[in-house]
Design a protein around this ligand. Structure first.
Ligand code: 3H9
Length: 676
């Protein structure tokens, strides 16, 4: 876990705890002992601390937060380093995060390779740097710069760290240790950051909080970070550290941190496919074909182009092809105008695109993704055609949001090569990709799909075949109940407010308006059976027509619509419903608890591999607030029995098809978390 080696009069302490040198109990013990022993060893004049491999350290071991703590605690280790009578130099060989950076802050000097990145990402886990980071960083780089780093949690490159005074010097990539040893011999003795004082403009903290209000509203950790940095300015280090530790203890025990830590591990677990050997050979994907240059096809193509993978895009008419590729260019140029892409990168990406009307041009693609509209017959026809054209071993994917991959695969002679790659709209922006495993999908095709999604910067989650897969199937009860609640007496504004108040980026009706109220509409204005059909018949198709469930002004600002209120009234009258007052609590039960219940059913049927995969789907596909961890862990934390009780309370309104998930009932009864 730690190794020591004496280089003449300089002691090297190496942190070796693959994969990221997390500061687990054994590492802390090793560091503590090595520092203590060095104090009594006359042969040691100075000390260098370094990480093994490509990380200095990824910080405290996050998995240990849920276990009984083992001494020495990290703050004591960092204090012991700082108290060393012999100079200590941190040789930062790679990324130093969280507790890893705090260890370097306890050191008297810091030298880093140019490729190192330094950060305090604790806030992203709902905690704060709890080993002196909030006290020492401001003393080293000033309160304003420290606030930026601690509250954003974003790492900075070594060059920036040097500018800020966080590191003393840069070393060359291949001679860090030698340079660190020479540096350690050359210094004047210990130089303790904790002895410094830091002052700040008294208005800094309020100004910072109000400038960042939008990002930190409702979150406990950023507020605590600001408090802790304030204490660094106001108090001597030992008292400041007490404030830091007390804030840390409160945060780490809180629900927000528990949820955020869950998400950290959930994201990584989602990459694993149960029952598949890790070293399974992947299929090489050098060229991708996309069928359909609509919004989805274009967005999907952009992901590959941006990652340097050539794309052949096929359409039926020249007009549709030009429209689609024109939109892709426009999207790239808009990104470039914001300074997030260089003009030459736009050309580079577009240069990798081959637009064509010739289906036969897909013959040399390693993967073809079909992105046409949702019609099983059309999809089967396309896959049958593709079967005759695609080269052997090519992967054939559908971007369907709902339809059966098994039925689509049955149109080919190679169902083992067929899978779903369900991108979310807008496909060039949204991170989630559901990778749909058909009954006959080959393991290497599935694993290749997962890897490829990661290669283009997405977060892939495996789903089995069912109507709507994981995400959209769970969305159905939410949208259905939102509609039913309108009829019973709620307004779109009330329902959306409950959802945004919960932390979702938008509510069910705002989502309809953004996506298009007319999606899936039969296009017959005479046939009006639902509120949605009534809106569609009136041309209220959402934001794109400046009217949907809300009215929109020229700047897309929404306001409640009297026309919609009247349509809802007419439907109530027709159904003989006299509107009743709907409580926010009922909205939560009917539009969120029902989602949890559907998630439990999905888990039970084995559509999702694990509960945490469902959470990842909702965070990356639907904007579920990260600090609430996803619907499954949220239900666990609320108490599964309370979810069941809520559903029972409104059982009269849940409809004849509602079925309480047996898995939900069993887990509630046994007091276990929702999982298979
Ligand atoms: C802290 O330091 C608190 C202190 O202030 C106060 C204490 C008193 N712990 O991401 P990867 C695992 S809080 C445990 O795929 P990459 C990870 O789960 C901590 N495990 O690699 C995965 O396991 P598996 C502040 C960790 O190269 C494997 O390592 N630090 C930790 O893409 C590889 O991870 C952070 O928040 C950890 N700290 O990225 C940093 N870190 O293979 C969190 C990683 O079984 N970590 N693992 O799935 C990261 O941001 C990235 O992992 C890192 C590497 C950039 C380091």
């Amino acid at each position: 876990m730690t190794h020591i080696q004496l280089h003449d009069d300089v002691l090297e302490i190496l942190i070796a705890n693959a994969p990221v040198n997390a500061l687990s109990a054994a590492v802390r013990q090793g560091l503590f002992k090595a520092i203590a022993d060095a104090q009594d060893d006359a042969a040691v004049k100075a000390i260098v601390i370094r990480g093994d491999g490509k990380f200095f350290s990824g910080g405290a071991d996050i998995a240990e937060f849920d276990e009984p703590s083992v001494e020495p605690w990290l703050p004591a280790v960092v204090d012991a380093i700082e108290a060393s009578a012999k100079p200590v130099v941190a040789a930062i060989n790679g990324t130093a995060l969280g507790g890893g950076l705090e260890v370097t802050l306890g050191c008297h000097y810091r030298i880093a390779v140019p490729s190192a990145r330094l950060g305090l990402p604790e806030v992203k886990l709902g905690i704060l740097p709890g080993a002196g980071g909030t006290q020492r960083l401001p003393r080293l780089i000033g309160a304003a710069a420290a606030l930026d780093m601690i509250v954003s949690g974003d790492p900075i490159p070594a060059s920036k760290a040097q500018e800020l005074g966080l590191i003393d010097r840069l070393a060359s990539e291949d001679s860090l240790l030698a340079e660190a040893i020479a540096f350690a011999r050359s210094v004047d003795g210990p130089r303790r950051t904790g002895d410094r004082k830091v002052s700040a403009d008294p208005e800094l903290f309020e100004r910072f909080a109000s400038d960042n209000a939008r990002k930190i509203t409702g979150l406990d950790a950023p507020k605590a970070c600001i408090e802790a940095v304030k204490a660094a300015v106001a108090l001597p280090i030992d008292q400041g550290q007490k404030v830091e530790q007390s804030l840390f203890a409160t945060l780490v025990a809180g629900d927000q941190s528990k949820a955020l830590r869950h998400v950290f591990f959930a994201e990584r677990a989602a990459a694993r496919i149960d029952g598949l050997p890790k070293d399974l050979a992947r299929r090489p994907i050098r060229k991708v074909g996309v069928i359909g240059a609509g919004t989805m096809g274009g967005g999907i193509s952009m992901n590959f182009l941006s990652a340097g993978i050539p794309v052949t895009i096929v359409e039926m008419t020249a007009e549709a092809l030009d429209r689609g590729t024109g939109l892709m260019r426009k999207n790239y140029e808009a990104t470039a105008a914001k300074g997030r892409l260089k003009p030459e990168q736009v050309e580079q990406a577009m240069g990798l695109l081959t637009p064509t009307l010739d289906f036969g041009a897909l013959a040399d693609c390693d993967l073809v993704i079909e992105a046409v509209y949702e019609d099983m017959d059309v999809k089967k026809e396309i896959f049958a055609r593709l079967d005759g054209i695609a080269k052997p071993g090519a992967m054939l994917a559908s971007n369907t949001s709902y339809l059966s991959i098994d039925e689509i695969a049955s149109a080919t002679t190679r169902p083992q090569d067929v899978l779903g790659l369900h991108f979310f709209s807008p496909a060039n922006v949204m991170k989630l990709v559901e990778v749909i495993r058909g009954a006959k999908t080959a393991p290497d095709a599935l694993a290749t799909g997962m890897d490829l999604a990661r290669r283009i910067g997405k977060v892939p989650v495996v789903s089995g075949v069912c109507y709507g897969f994981i995400g959209n199937r769970m969305l159905i009860p939410r949208q259905d109940h939102a509609m039913a609640l309108l009829l019973e007496g709620a307004t779109p504004e009330q329902i959306d407010r409950v959802h945004t108040g919960f932390g979702m980026p938008m509510g069910p009706f705002q989502m309809y308006d953004l996506a298009g109220v007319d999606i899936g509409w039969h296009r017959d204005p005479e046939r009006i059976e639902t509120i949605r059909e009534a809106l569609c018949a009136k041309g209220r198709w959402g934001q794109k027509t400046k009217a949907g469930f809300y009215d929109y002004d020229d700047r897309r600002k929404a306001s409640p619509s009297p026309v919609v209120a009247e349509i809802i009234d007419q439907f109530r009258a027709k159904a003989g419903v006299s509107p009743r007052a709907i409580s926010d609590a009922e909205i939560i039960v009917r539009t969120l608890y029902t989602v949890v219940n559907e998630g439990a059913a999905i888990l039970e049927e084995g559509i999702a591999q694990r509960a945490s995969d469902i959470d990842v789907v909702w965070i990356y596909g639907y904007g579920w607030p990260r600090h609430k961890g996803g619907p499954m862990i949220w239900a666990d934390m609320a108490g599964l029995q309370s979810i069941i009780d809520g559903l029972d309370r409104y059982s009269a309104h849940l409809g004849p098809d509602f079925r309480l998930s047996p898995l939900l009932q069993r887990c509630a009864r046994e007091g276990t978390p929702l999982d298979r």
